[in-house]
Design a protein around this ligand. Sequence first.
Ligand code: SF4
Ligand code: SF4
Ligand code: FES
Length: 532
Amino acid sequence: MPTFKLDGKEIPFEPGDSIIRAASKQGIEIPHYCWHPGLSVPANCRMCLVEIKPGPNQRAMMLDIVEWDPSINDYRPQQKPKLQPACQMPATEGQEVLADTSKHVLEARGHVQEFLLLNHPVDCPICDQAGECKLQDYWLEHQHTQKRMRDEPIHKPKAVVFGPTIVYDAERCVMCTRCIRFMDEVAKDPVLDMRERGNLNEVFVAPGRQLEGHYTFMTEHVCPVGALTTKDFRFKARVWFLRSAKSVCQGCATGCNAWLDYDNRSNRAYRYRPRDNEAVNKYWMCDEGMLSYRAAHEGRVTEARIGRKKATVDAAVIEATKRLAEVAQGSVAFVLSAQHSLEDNWAMRELGKLAGATTFYVSGAGTGYADDILISADKNPNTSGVNELAGAGAKTFANLLDDIRKGSVAHVVALGGITPKNDPEDATALGMLSTLVVVAAHEGALTEAAHVVLPATSWAEHSGTYVNKQGYKQTAEKGLEPQGASRPAWEHARLLAKALRVEPTWTKLKDIRAAFAPAPAAAPAPAPSTTA
Ligand code: SF4
Ligand code: SF4
Ligand code: FES
C-alpha cells in the first residue's frame, strides 16, 4: 500500500484517498468542519489546512505577505507556504505533509477559529451541542485567544422551525453546508440551501417546503455545531451526563449500528445516534430508527401478570406451572420472536425442544415503509437469526392462528408480545387457547391475550445478538439497568423449564452463546470516524 508522511509519521492510503481521509483511517484527526467522510467535499471551512512540502522536482507554492518588524517599526515583505485543504488534496506516494508540526498551520487554525467565532453568539450554557461542539473543542485545541472584535456581532434568525423535527439557529451556523449536502446527496431531497453572502449567509428551506421525510434527524447529527437541534432532544439533557452503549437499532432488519445515549442516574435513554459502520449503515440512521430509543421505556412489560392482574414473577411462574401441569409432553406450541435477541430465542427454542416440540412458530412485527437508502420493509431486528434457529420447518404467526382455530394447538408458550398485525380476529383466535404463557419486553397482541405474562428486559437492558438482513451477527451492549421486575427472557425460559417438568441445559449467558455461536460472523468493517 502506498504511504505518505504526516508530521513524520508514515500513513498508508488507498489510491483516491484525500489526506484527511487517510489520516482519519489511522485514527488521526485533522481538524475540520465541512468535511464528512460520507459527503462530497466543498472545502469551504479551511479548518483542515496543511502544509505540503514540495517533491524533489517541484517548486514550493509560496505566498507573498508582509510581516510587522518592530526593529524597523514597519512592515517587511516576507513569504510563507501556501497552505492546502487536507480534505481536498489527494494523498500521493512519498508526499510530506505537516499539520501539527507547522507553525503556519497552527496559526491558520487559530485564525479560522477566530473568524468563525466573530459573529457566533457563544451561548454554550444554553446550547444543546455544548460538550460535543467542534467550535468549543477546537477553540480549546487550536485557538485559546480572547475575541479581539469589539463590535456588536451580526444578528441572524434564531429558533427557526425547519419542519416537524428540526430547529435552526443561523447565528450558530458555520456554513459548512453538511446539512445541505446530506439532504441532497444521501436523503435525495435537496430541500435545504444557502442564501445571502458573507456574514449574512444562512441556511434556508426551499420555499413552500419544510424539512421532512425519513432522514431529517441526520441533518442535526452531521451539523458540527449547535445550529441544528432536534425538537426531540432540545433542552432535555447535558451530554456530559450521558453514557453511551454500543447498540443495534431495533427498528428494522437493516440493523443500523447506533450509540444509545442514556443517563445512568435516572436509568433513562435520551437518544440514538449512528455508530459508523461502512458495511451496514455507513454513517447514517433514519428518523424512525433514531426515535426508536423511546421503546426502551414505552409500551414496556415491566411487571409479571396473571391475567390482567399484576403479580410477582414467582407467583406468575407458579400459575404457569399449574396451567401446564396436566399438559402432555410435546403438546405445547412454542413461538419465537424476531423482536428478541438470538440469546432469548435460543433459550425458548431449547425449552421447546426439551418439552418435545418439533415445530416452532415465528412471530414479530409486520412490514412497513422501505426505501433504497437504509430502511427495510421488515420491521424486526432479528428475522434472519430467528429463522435460522427455527429451522426449515418453521411456521408463521398466521399458521399459529390457523392451528388454534383448527383446534390442533391449545397450549402456547411464546416469546415477545408484538405480532405482525393487530387484527381483532387474531385476538379472538388467541382467546381460544387453554394456556398462553408469554415472556415479553413489549406489550402486543400476545401479552394482551396471555394468561401469564413474564416481564423480559429490552435490548437496551441486556447484551444481545441480532442478525441483520445481510447476515451480520451484531451485538447490542447493555446500557440501562433492568426496569421493574424484568429480567432477560432466557432466564424466564429457565424458570419455565421447571413448569414444563424438564431440566434446562443453560445456566448463564455464556452457556447460550457457546451453543448458538460456534463461529460468529466476522464483524463488518467500521467506517472512518466522522468525529463530529
Ligand atoms: S446548520 Fe450546521 S450543518 Fe448546516 S451549514 Fe450550518 S453549521 Fe453546517
Ligand atoms: S434503517 Fe432500520 S435499522 Fe436503520 S435506523 Fe432506520 S429503523 Fe433503524
Ligand atoms: S474540512 Fe477542509 S476545508 Fe473544511
